[in-house]
Ligand binder design. Sequence first.
Ligand code: DX5
Ligand code: ZN
Length: 224
Amino acid sequence: MHVKIAPSILSADHGNMTEEAVRAEKWGADWLHVDIMDGRFAPNLTFGPGLVRAIRPKVSIPLDCHLMLAEPEKYVQRFIDAGANYITVHAEAVTKDSLLEIQEMIRRSDRELGIAFKPATPLSLINIADYDASLILVMSVNPGFSGQKFMPEIIPKIREASEIYARPSKRQVEIEVDGGVDSSNVSLLCQNGATVLVAGNSVFGQRDQEGAFKELREIIGASA
Ligand code: DX5
Ligand code: ZN
């Protein structure tokens, strides 16, 4: 099975975002991870739909937009219009009604819905089987910043998510792990059912970024 790597441009050079996206695609990135934070849900401010719109025509890989926003239903349509492919909202930031509303917007536009969980949030916070999600994002650091330390206590949650969707009747759902992913833990993540690995600091934060990306790819290939 091909486990995907999604470099996170939160750790890239903010003065050259479209070029950074193009470089990641050339290394062989499967997706590009775009962290959207509002200073309310997450203690940081990052990007808006304008950046997604700017990057969209420059690369052909999917744009994986991780919305760390309070009241995400107010903003989802703007990310759809900007060209986001995967739009992931936080389980802690929605109600059943707002998540159904978001799902409907995404479905109408033929994009993919993701549902994210902070490290301390159990998957049982919502009944994920009630929604048509294409992706479950398990955070392995608290939302906010790149370069934080991986929290190994989330490993059982990755396994639990992958088991929910491993049942034969269910369709393929991506299990994405986000935060502190690096060469020391990617094998373990793959073995526990992760299908998409977000890599910020472990790629863009390195002196030899392309070399760091290729090293991750090799380790993942050896553990698949
Ligand atoms: C954290 C973000 C992550 C971040 C990961 O709030 O959701 O996507 O970019 O960065 P690293 O890989 O450096 O932990
Ligand atoms: Zn993220």
